[in-house]
Design a protein around this ligand. Structure first.
Ligand code: HEM
Ligand SMILES: *[C@@H]1O[C@H](CO)[C@@H](O)[C@H](O)[C@H]1NC(C)=O
Ligand SMILES: *[C@@H]1O[C@H](CO)[C@@H](O)[C@H](O)[C@H]1NC(C)=O
Ligand SMILES: *[C@@H]1O[C@H](CO)[C@@H](O)[C@H](O)[C@H]1NC(C)=O
Length: 495
């Protein structure tokens, strides 16, 4: 959710003034390997800002599972240890704070008001409410019902795609529109100003690197204007109790917490809910796209999935058996593999008290205790876990069946013992939207393949990383064009 590259860019700028100080810097032997690199590092810092991933790879190869990079007065420790280290870090909320880590960025990126940002207790109360609602089965079921009904209305009669006949469409645009629309409708109700928010929101995401790199406003006018449009619309939404009253229990109960506090200006609401929309949509939209696109690109796999979908359709009730579909091993394997390959998130924390982490090097019997300093930050890039060839052979390849039981020990090593799969983070801040996100992807997969014949006409686009490293689920470098035809006979009779 948060990029390191903004920190690094700032650093590149400030770095020149810190050389003298660098000479005096060091790390004790119980601390992680320390890369201070004064002048030489300036060169790599710029490369880092352009494309952090290759540089991190090099450091990882040289220093192993944990190392500290010194940038602009900040100690940034990178950690990727599936055996002990990551688990301990995610669990230790008494020494590691997510709230303090994100305090600065939520203001500069989402426009949180100063009063909300400063009130950590209030933010904690909101976070707890999000967890409580989204982990309650009946409350979540309510949201999912609206999600399904809305998605179905899009494919059946309420979008420009409903009656395609051998039309070439961009599957990424299709997914982005449909997932965003159905999800917004499910969370914010019929009063959500989708038409006014959707395009500016996309423009905001397109400019996200400029925000993360802290470009001044005049160099990122379009980004700031787009953000302001979204904030204004969200502000007026929350100023209208009637529209709020039609929204989901999640939004209504968060609204109640705001109304019972001292933070009730339109701007207070807008910044916070912008962040919620971002946390959810910047990840679940591309995730749902990649699941569908990877399946569509593989004719054999697509046929298997279509058979599964047809099997779980009940003509009596004209409904799908969602529970069975959500538990289907092949569908779940495709989803998990998508998150493994395309999650582009850095889980970050501020160290609030010195702490010691046990970090493994190669195996359980080969570990040491490493001390982190109060005031430093710790960053856990999930791709370093997910693209590790020792755990996932051929790690950059999407293999839909990788997570099937039969491939345990073959396409995934040490699956039961290690925490090498962590697309939702872990511990107290594990993603509260994870159940919802799986539903979003499966609902789209099922309704799309059930209603349309989707035929690929070009190769899958590659995901872009580059300077968007850490900014959320990877997006495709270009659209993905497919031939789209509404089925004349139901899928169930075709397969
Ligand atoms: C495929 C989709 C998604 C992925 C991969 C994902 C991933 C993550 C991860 C890794 C974190 C933890 C960040 C950290 O440890 O620093 C997180 C946090 C969060 N996610 Fe998600 N997420 C997804 C979808 C959603 C959805 C649909 C929602 C809906 C509300 C959501 C809401 C949140 C919130 C509110 C947090 C912050 C939790 C806290 O402050 O404790 N996410 N997400
Ligand atoms: C982390 O916390 C969870 C739940 O509190 C616990 O089950 C787990 O064993 C802990 N893991 C570690 C490595 O401390
Ligand atoms: C967090 O770290 C501190 C300091 O190393 C340690 O005393 C404490 O037990 C840890 N807490 C958890 C939950 O691991
Ligand atoms: C970790 O393991 C590698 C390879 O076995 C070794 O070269 C390196 O010295 C080890 N590092 C530590 C800190 O033990």
């Amino acid at each position: 959710m948060f990029s390191l590259d903004f920190i690094v860019t700032v650093v590149a700028i400030v770095l020149s003034g810190t050389i003298l100080q660098h000479v005096l810097l060091s790390a004790a032997t119980d601390e992680p390997p320390f890369i201070k690199g004064p002048v030489p590092f300036l060169g790599s810092a710029l490369a880092f800002a352009r494309d952090p991933q290759p540089l991190l790879r090099n450091l990882q190869q040289k220093y192993g599972r944990i190392f500290t990079v010194y940038v602009a007065g900040q100690r940034m420790t990178f950690l990727w240890d599936p055996i002990f280290g990551n688990r301990q870090a995610w669990n230790n909320t008494s020494c590691l704070s997510l709230g303090l880590f994100t305090q600065y960025i939520v203001q500069s990126l989402f426009g949180f008001t100063k009063s909300v940002v400063a009130d950590l207790e209030f933010l904690d109360q909101l976070a707890k409410k999000v967890i409580a609602v989204l982990s309650s089965k009946p409350l979540l079921a309510d949201i999912i019902k609206t999600l399904q009904a809305t998605y179905l209305s899009l494919v059946d009669d309420n979008s420009r795609y409903a009656n395609c006949d051998e039309e070439v469409i961009n599957l990424y645009e299709y997914c982005r529109h449909n997932v965003y629309y159905s999800s917004a409708r499910a969370l914010f109700g019929p009063g959500f100003p989708f038409e006014k928010i959707y395009q500016p929101y996309i423009r905001f995401e397109d400019h996200i690197t400029k925000f993360l790199k802290l470009y001044p406003r005049f160099l990122n006018k379009e980004g700031y204007n787009a953000r302001q449009e979204v904030l204004d619309e969200l502000g007026s939404f929350f100023a209208d109790p009637h529209r709020v009253s039609q929204s989901s229990v999640l939004v209504r109960s968060l609204y109640d917490i705001f109304m019972a506090s001292t933070h009730k200006s339109s701007a207070d609401f807008a910044g916070y809910f912008f962040a919620i929309i971002f946390a959810s949509k910047s990840n679940s939209v591309p995730a749902a796209f990649w699941v569908l696109a990877n399946i569509v690109a593989d004719a054999g796999l697509k046929a298997e999935i279509e058979r599964i979908i047809a099997t779980h359709y009940d003509p009596e009730s004209d409904e799908f058996e969602w529970t069975a579909l959500m538990e289907d091993p092949l569908i779940m394997s495709c989803f998990k593999e998508t998150l493994r390959l395309n999650t582009n998130i850095l889980s970050g924390r501020l160290v609030t008290h010195d702490l010691t982490l046990k970090v493994a090097n190669q195996s359980e019997d080969d570990s040491k205790n490493v001390r982190l300093r109060e005031g430093s930050t710790i960053l856990m890039p999930l791709d370093m876990l997910h693209w590790n060839p020792e755990v996932y052979p051929d790690p950059m390849k999407w293999i839909g069946k990788r997570f099937l039981d039969e491939n345990k020990g073959v396409l995934i090593r040490n699956a039961d013992k290690w925490r090498s799969y962590a697309p939702w983070g872990g511990g107290g801040h594990i993603c509260p939207g994870r159940h919802l996100a799986v539903y979003e992807a499966v609902i789209q997969l099922v309704y799309t393949l059930a209603r349309f014949d989707v035929e690929p006409i070009e190769d899958l686009p590659a995901p872009i990383i580059g300077d968007r490293y850490g900014a959320g689920m990877l997006k495709p470098e270009r659209g993905y064009h497919v031939k789209f035809t509404r089925r004349k006979a139901p899928l169930m009779s075709v397969v």
